[in-house]
Design a protein around this ligand. Structure first.
Ligand code: ZN
Length: 390
């Protein structure tokens, strides 16, 4: 398969060589034309199924004729796209090593080599090249994009912030929501290192970069809870529904803990009832039904959930209803409900909790950067997505 493909490369090279020859030897065009000997040697290697040696010959042919630079660049790119990065690297390195190579081609070869290293995961070399190429006007924007990719992979968030700002200036694209995520990444590292002051500053920077940054508010709320400042935490967490209601479910548990710590359980129920009218999300029902169950028993809680499921049918809602209702039944009815409960449990186990609205990646946990398409803030809870469409 690989040999066949390289054979095609050789044929294209022969055509390129022939066109160059024709251009330079117009006066002798009618004479018999012989292909370079190396071409035949390369073909021979291919026929003997030695593609690597064939590539070496192919590279060497450039010394014979500089009119084939464009072909080499095209072939290098094709090698990379096919995942044969080592070969692409050899071709581009060989081009750059030629002192007489035109400046435009040198810059292009360098950019391509950077892409090769990026594809191969040799990030430090790719970084060095893109930092050089970024000063070339035509390559500035793609080089910034490549650098951003590198810094994200390396989790070098400070560098990512700096490059994202430059990319925003060059493209006039709003990068603030992504920059806010970078600050949140830094804040999470600082929190895990117990560097509280730094964490506080990073969270503030995230919310300055993007006031709608849900992740920033969540971090702020949890950070304030850790300090015992539940009132401030409540303010931060309650703001999330206005920033982006798709993430309400992420704040509910923390909200309930704050009210509990403040001994304001009644306020919690009042707040959740109000929230449920605006945003009928399952996690709100879960927390509320648990409170109702503790205060008024299983039956009242089951009626509350039944009312919700009737209006907003969902498997999770149904599962919750069965669990609550089951305890107030006995005999055959109880057995039947148990079967149903096992069924809904199984359905829920197979169902993803989160899904990316951009690429469809799904899983059981929330990723702020989608592992599939690498976009930020596109993974959302399936409940909120389903409820948005009903
Ligand atoms: Zn995605």
């Amino acid at each position: 398969m690989s040999s066949t493909w390289i054979l095609l490369v050789f044929i294209s090279l022969a055509v390129a060589w022939y066109l160059g020859y024709q251009a330079r030897h117009k006066h002798v065009i009618d004479k018999k034309i012989n292909l370079p000997r190396d071409y035949l040697v390369g073909l021979n290697f291919l026929l003997n199924e030695e593609p690597d040696k064939a590539v070496d010959v192919f590279i060497k042919m450039l010394e014979v004729d500089s009119d084939t630079v464009e072909t080499h660049l095209a072939v290098g790119k094709l090698f990379r796209r096919r995942g044969e990065v080592d070969r692409a690297i050899r071709i581009h390195q060989n081009l750059i090593a030629r002192p007489q190579l035109d400046k435009v081609y040198r810059e292009q070869s360098l950019f391509e080599l950077g892409q090769d290293y990026l594809s191969a995961g040799v990030l430090d070399r790719a970084e060095r090249i893109f930092l050089e190429v970024v000063s070339v006007k035509d390559y500035a924007i793609p080089a910034y994009r490549a650098l951003l990719d590198i810094y994200q992979q390396e989790k070098a968030w400070e560098n990512a912030i700096s490059i994202a700002s430059k990319l925003a200036a060059a493209t006039k694209k709003n990068m603030q929501p992504i920059i806010a995520h970078y600050y949140c990444e830094l804040a999470e590292i600082a929190i895990s290192n117990k560097q509280n002051e730094q964490a506080d500053q990073y969270i503030k920077n995230a919310l300055i970069a993007d006031r709608q940054c849900v992740r920033g508010s969540l971090l702020q709320g949890r950070f304030q809870m850790d300090k015992g400042d539940y009132k401030s935490a409540l303010r931060s967490l309650k703001g999330i529904k206005d920033q982006n209601p798709d993430y309400i479910s992420e704040s509910i548990d923390a909200l309930a803990s704050c009210y509990e710590a403040l001994n304001e359980e009644e306020q919690l129920v009042k707040y959740l009832m109000q929230l449920l009218k605006e945003y009928p999300h399952v996690p709100v029902v879960l927390i509320l039904s648990e409170r109702i169950r503790q205060w008024k028993g299983d039956k009242v809680a089951a009626n509350f959930v039944a009312d919700y499921v009737r209006r907003y049918p969902s498997i999770r809602g149904l599962h919750l209803f069965i669990s609550l209702y089951q305890s107030s039944t006995e005999g055959r009815a109880r057995e039947d409900l148990l079967i149903l409960q096992n069924l809904t449990k199984k359905l829920l186990a197979d169902k993803p909790d989160y899904r990316c609205v951009s690429c469809g990646f799904s899983g059981k946990s929330l990723h702020w950067q989608c592992p599939g398409c690498k976009q930020w803030g596109t993974v959302k809870s399936v409940d909120s997505l389903e409820e948005c469409t009903t």
